[in-house]
Ligand binder design. Structure first.
Ligand code: AGP
Length: 602
């Protein structure tokens, strides 16, 4: 997820810098600007944050009469963070500049075609193909707007773009498909941005660009039209945010915002190019698979280990801090270690990976941060495409880890022959339904607010699941304990009778992750064991499961799905439960005590 900002106003340079600063929560590994000055396009960009950039580059030397500019703050998805991969990207002639937020699925084939037609590329990003496609359109005489419309018809994937052309120096042309783009009009200018925080200081009227629409911004305002050229009446959106809330996109906390970003985050994960996934999956073939991570990332490893074993692989999940102890110097020449980490900087996971490499293992990194130490240590890697996650509690990074690991597992099963092509296509189709299913759950979170109010004063809770949902239960327990400080424990439901059940007394909260999967009949038995001792039962279950509703004190339904999708779907209500309990307890979910977003110490 990146941040785009554009403006047409007097003294555009400082406005662009300020607007981009308000979007840094969307990405901050590199930054860049393009301005039109005396009929030419000037591009300034570099790796690093905006503050680093402003310290290094003397923006005051730019002409104060500059009125048209676009800017971009990047969260690397394709191509490591560096000056060449920073946006804006230019066409071959240097007369067209674009900034892009999104993930293009077919950029490799587009790039090959453009290169075959003589285009030279200066980055290895997906976004740069847009600049060259626009170049071809402008060269054919259809102008910047027509060229951007043509470019958007050739690309597949999420795409919010702002573009400049020195041939049309008085305007910015924008296109929007899935990734958000908002237009603003104020007393001093016209603006476009990925999110409202960049606009609140300058605009008084706000307009969300419709899906698939094109906007042309000039000094006097903007026009909106569909890709086929029909005029669209802009629809104003109300914005009553104070500047303090602005950086959280209007949500009370980053954690809640990031819970709600999960449909888009997962859809971007599902867009990881098939070629990348196949290449990463090939590392798993014929190998002993050791998955390692810490905290939430370990839970993703655990969940994936069940799936991989069910697909015929030999997979084991090991907590990073125990990795070396657990393997005691075993040679790992026949193993592949899958290192999972949102930050890519967790010291325990880095330590496990370095240890594994010393013992001869290949390493596959699954991180949300391309420019991370784990990524650089890996023989191959997948970026989970979750976008920056500011809240300390992992939310969208977990769901995107689960989805990336499932894509990897099924693709490896196809390659190994344990999954037929028809079954693989069926899985791909089912996974494509995830964003909509997550959205349907997000539309019912008020139910969890009510349930959370009942549980906000509890001291203890068990989270119980079976199979892949042992990991889901452990993740739900971790969420609750780390932000509400309630002692919550997640473990296999079948373990209850081996000791833990002695703690259960009337009113003891037991949260069951009990969707309609292969272990549902057995988990009903576990529910009844707890119920018989007076436990209070909250079940996350499959919609329509009347039998389980009957024996639960509270329940939350998730859409009927194949077994392997339930960990993704059942996690969402548990995230929200933890969030609402923490806020009812007057705590700040974004900054839980004693914790850091990335634990870079052993
Ligand atoms: C999860 O909510 C916590 N923030 C923590 O357990 C986290 O998952 C763990 O520290 C691993 O971080 P990583 O994914 O960046 O490696």
């Amino acid at each position: 997820m990146c941040g785009i900002f554009g403006c047409i106003c007097e003294a555009a340079v400082p406005v662009l810098v300020d607007g981009l600063r308000r979007l840094e929560y969307r990405g901050y590994d590199s930054v860049g600007f393009a301005f039109i000055s005396e009929g030419r396009i000037i591009v300034m960009k570099d790796k690093g944050s905006i503050d680093d950039f402003v310290r290094r580059v003397d923006l005051d030397s730019l002409d104060s009469r500059i009125e048209v500019g676009i800017g971009h703050t990047r969260w690397a998805t394709h191509g490591a963070p560096c000056k060449e991969n920073a946006h804006p990207h230019l066409d071959c002639t240097g007369s067209i500049a674009i900034v892009h937020n999104g993930v293009l699925e077919n950029f490799l084939e587009l790039r090959a075609g453009l290169q075959a037609r003589g285009h030279a590329f200066s980055s290895n990003t997906d976004s740069e193909v847009i600049a060259h496609l626009v170049e071809e359109g402008v060269r054919s005489g259809i102008g910047l707007k027509g060229a951007l419309a043509s470019a958007s018809s050739q690309t597949r994937g999420s795409m919010a773009v702002a573009a400049l052309s020195s041939a049309e120096p008085d305007r910015i042309v924008c296109f929007r498909r899935e990734s958000p783009l908002i237009l603003g009009i104020g007393p001093k200018g016209v603006y476009c941005a990925s999110d409202i925080p960049a606009l609140v200081k300058y605009a008084t009227r706000f307009f969300l660009m419709p899906e698939g629409s094109l906007a042309t911004l000039t000094r006097g305002g903007f026009t909106l039209e569909s890709a086929s050229g029909e005029q669209i009446d802009p629809c104003a959106v109300g914005v009553d945010w104070d500047l303090a809330a602005v950086d959280r996109g209007g949500y009370a906390h980053f954690m809640l915002k990031e819970i709600h970003e999960q449909p888009l985050a997962v859809s971007n994960t599902l867009r990881i190019s098939a070629e990348y996934v196949a290449r990463a999956a090939s590392l798993l073939l014929g190998k002993r698979i050791l998955l390692t991570g810490s905290g939430t990332s370990y839970h993703a490893c655990l969940c994936a280990s069940y799936l991989l074993n069910s697909l015929g692989f030999d997979a084991r999940a090991i907590i990073s801090s125990e990795f070396e102890e657990h393997l005691k110097g075993q040679p790992l020449g026949e193993a592949v270690v899958v290192g999972v980490s949102q930050s890519g900087e967790t010291a325990d996971t880095l330590g496990a990976i370095r240890h594994a490499k010393r013992l001869g293992a290949r390493v596959l990194g699954i991180t949300n941060t391309l420019s991370s130490s784990i990524t650089s240590l890996s023989d191959a890697y997948l970026c989970t495409q979750g976008g920056p996650e500011i809240g300390v509690a992992a939310t969208k990074s977990f769901l995107t880890q689960l989805v990336a690991l499932e894509m990897l597992s099924f693709r490896a099963a196809l390659a190994s022959g344990s999954l037929s092509r028809a079954d693989y296509e069926g899985v791909v189709s089912e996974m494509a339904s995830l964003p909509a299913k997550i959205s349907s759950i997000l539309g019912r979170l008020d139910r969890l607010r009510e349930i959370a109010l009942k549980y906000a004063d509890r001291r203890d809770a068990y989270f119980l699941g079976r199979g892949m949902n042992v990991a889901t239960a452990m993740e739900g327990a971790l969420k609750l304990k780390e932000i509400s400080y309630i002692h919550a424990e997640g473990y296999p439901a079948g373990e209850s009778k081996h000791g833990p059940i002695s703690l259960v007394e009337p009113g003891f909260l037991c949260v069951f992750v009990a969707p309609k999967d292969s272990s549902r009949q057995r988990i009903i038995g576990n529910v009844m064991e707890m119920k018989a001792r007076g436990a209070e039962i909250f079940s996350v279950l499959t919609e329509g499961d009347g039998e389980l509703v009957e024996v639960s004190d509270e329940h939350f339904e998730v859409p009927e799905s194949p077994e392997y999708l339930y960990p993704v779907l059942c996690t969402v209500p548990l995230q929200a439960l933890a969030y609402y309990v923490a806020t009812y307890r007057g705590l700040d979910p974004d900054r839980p005590r004693n914790l850091a977003k990335s634990v870079t110490v052993l």
